[in-house]
Design a protein. Structure first.
Length: 256
């Protein structure tokens, strides 16, 4: 039973598969091969520079249940530099996709940026769009994990960062257009938008917002949207070191 507790100790009973607790090795093997959660577990974290947090993230995916079980991790405010190779940010068991702030298009000298870490479990992943402006920084990837419900043919995963001084109307209009276009082109996709929104909020009827707690002091800054209602349950995780944003874990709850 120790292996069961280590793999998914905090998952709601409603999404755990029932099993005979008295079964020996064969039964345990069946239950761990696996609790195929119909949608991936996702973590959203704000880094305020990932350069000094690679070892911390590497330790989290090895020893922290939430990170260990995550299929995708989105990180905002990575404060990157195009002079730093992807290999510097290498995390065990994950593929890296990043969008560094472009100083020419954003008119900002440093900060910002976002990335996705996608678990190496046979998922087919491609970068669909990188969009970098003074109002919105976005990394959109398309992912086809080894397992998805029959009703869903692909995951649209968007990690975004909206700076505090951004034009709110411009940022939300651009982002909503991207999301609506992705859903319209692939109506059978699951679209998930996560990131540090600061003040803006999305008003499109196509998306549902899940985070119901403050993520920075008394502010509700880090949000998670999906085009599937009641698809996920949010959990609050401790912030990464030297940042004051709580991390968010999304555990899927898919009704068939």
């Amino acid at each position: 039973m120790d292996i069961i507790k280590r793999i998914a100790p905090n998952l709601p009973k409603s999404i755990q598969r029932p099993g005979n607790e008295s079964n020996e090795a064969d039964g345990i093997r069946k239950r761990t091969n696996h609790r195929k959660l119909p949608l991936p577990s996702i973590i959203l974290a704000n880094a305020r520079s990932i350069n000094n947090k690679v070892d911390e993230l590497d330790a989290l995916v090895k020893f922290h249940n939430a990170y260990e079980n995550a299929s995708a991790i989105a990180i905002t405010e990575i404060w990157p530099s195009d002079k730093i190779a992807d290999s510097h940010f290498s995390i065990n068991w994950f593929n890296l996709f990043r969008a560094d702030r472009d100083t020419n298009t954003t008119n900002k000298s440093c900060g910002g940026g976002c990335l996705w870490l996608i678990k190496k479990n046979g998922a087919l992943t491609t970068v669909h769009r990188r969009f970098l402006s003074s109002d919105l920084e976005l990394l959109h990837i398309k992912c086809r994990p080894h397992y998805l419900p029959r009703e869903i043919n692909v995951l649209n995963l968007l990690a975004i960062y909206i700076p505090p001084d951004a034009n709110t109307k411009s940022a939300t209009t651009i982002l909503e257009d991207f999301v609506e276009s992705a859903i319209r082109k692939q109506p059978d996709s699951a679209t998930i938008v996560v990131g540090d929104f600061n003040k803006p909020r999305l008003s499109t009827s196509s998306l549902y917002q899940y985070v119901n707690f403050n993520t920075r002091e008394n502010s509700h800054l880090d949000l998670c949207y999906s085009n599937i209602s009641d698809a996920c349950k949010p959990y609050k995780l401790p912030p990464l070191s030297s940042t004051d944003h709580a991390a968010v874990q999304l555990v899927p709850i898919y009704q068939t």
